[in-house]
Design a protein around this ligand. Structure first.
Ligand code: PA5
Length: 403
């Protein structure tokens, strides 16, 4: 279950009058979700049909049986969502089986020397994910891993061990699927990139790691049913603060397991909103660790930041004798006290509480932020679905490769 506290630590910074100009604009946005051009975001089948879901479950089961190392090749929206969910829901110290390796997000040769050596004698399965099929980094990673696999496995075996997730008809990867008969999944046309964690892009890797994707989707459905208004409210607070020149948002997270969730949030908001010389710059803090570094700035630095805190409760009991208190109670108390300190200083905060870290809550949180990113983009007057800046670097690198 998610709970939102958007008021306690923002009240000194935003007055209720400031919400008034948003009421008709937000009503229009809501209507687009309920009955208009954004209505597909209110239907979980947009992300994955029940046939695809069954296929994901079947394929993931086979993959779990035949591999020690599962390699996910992709960059940006093609892997950050699954990495976020897998890390959030995996033990911190005990590795899940199979082991997962995310590749194709860099082109540093040192990484490839190490990884190719590490996987050469292991049973591997690869899932290459690229909507366009033309992105340089995953394309190089796929070529290198495929070359190694071709030395180890027969053509028939390769068809079981290479899984391609790409556009339904466009691109070189789709052509390769048709030529070689690899197992394949589709990146839905309307839910690409950073929004695609709840589609086959994210769901297959997550299922391979033994995480319950039905529960994840159930959580997302709960958000669809109950958090659209919360997302509108949150997006509005962000926009009001942005208009007060709060141009940096710290996603302040009180759980190490949500480190990569923070990375996904940075991508979601930076790539969706950072355009036309606009947009809030997202950063992350993992607390209480970062109170001893960034905390100083949040307390006394320049008035350009606001915080969105993610606090996670726990049902584990660890009694701390010295303070006669349970550690969960101390952690929750610390979250509130830090928000109080920061808002007494220079930084307003909103808090999103999770009563525990599980599949349902993570699904609920993902869908909440997907709504917020879309709504925030519309309030800002930009297109939250494109990324022309990213296309520009891809264009220049590709031109460089022709020289
Ligand atoms: O959110 C996005 O659209 C991007 O981050 C893409 O996911 C990223 O650029 C990878 O693109 P592709 O899947 O075409 O390889």
């Amino acid at each position: 279950m998610l709970n939102f506290d958007f008021k306690t630590y923002n009240s000194g910074y935003i007055s209720s009058d400031e919400f008034v100009p948003y009421s008709s604009k937000n009503a229009e946005i809501k209507e687009r979700f309920l009955n208009g051009d954004l209505a597909h975001w209110m239907n979980i089948n947009t992300y994955v049909s029940s046939d695809e879901l069954n296929k994901i479950k079947e394929v993931s089961q086979t993959v779990r049986e035949i591999c020690d190392v599962f390699i996910v090749i992709g960059i940006g929206g093609s892997y950050m969502g699954s990495q976020a969910v897998i890390s959030a829901l995996s033990p911190l110290y005990q590795k899940r089986k199979p082991e997962v390796i995310f590749l194709g997000k860099n082109i540093n040769p040192n990484e490839y020397v190490e990884v190719l050596d590490y996987i050469k004698d292991k049973n591997i399965v690869v899932n290459v994910i690229s909507k366009s099929g033309t992105t340089l980094e995953p394309s190089i990673a796929f070529d290198l891993v495929k070359e190694l696999m071709q030395k180890k496995y027969s053509e028939e075996e390769l068809c079981k061990r290479i899984i391609v997730t790409t556009d339904i008809k466009e691109g070189t990867l789709r052509k390769e699927v048709e030529d070689k008969g690899y197992t394949s999944f589709v990146v839905p046309t309307i839910v690409g990139g950073r929004y695609s964690v709840l589609t086959p892009v994210g769901l297959l890797p997550i299922a391979v790691m033994g995480i319950d994707i039905d529960k994840l989707l159930l959580g997302a459905k709960k958000s669809i049913e109950s958090h659209l208004d919360d997302a509108i409210n949150y997006a509005t607070i962000r926009d009001i603060l942005y208009n007060h020149k709060r141009i940096v948002e710290s996603f302040t997270i009180y759980d190490e397991k949500l480190h990569y969730f923070g990375e996904w949030l940075k991508q979601l908001f930076a790539e969706s909103h950072g355009k036309e010389n606009k947009g809030i710059l997202p950063i992350t803090n993992i607390n209480t660790r970062d109170l001893h570094s960034f905390g100083q700035y949040l307390q006394e630095g320049k008035d350009v930041i606001f915080e969105t805190v993610i606090g996670v409760s726990s049902n584990v009991t660890i009694y701390i004798e010295k303070y006669h208190k349970d550690l969960n109670a101390i952690n929750n108390m610390a979250i509130e006290k830090v928000c109080e300190a920061h808002s007494n200083g220079h930084t307003p905060s909103s808090i999103i509480w999770l009563d525990k870290l599980d599949e349902e809550n993570i699904g609920e949180l993902i869908q909440f932020f997907i709504f917020a990113a879309i709504i925030g983009g519309l309030q800002l007057g930009i297109n939250p679905f494109d990324q022309p800046g990213v296309q520009e670097y891809k264009r220049l690198i590709n031109a460089g490769l022709q020289n």
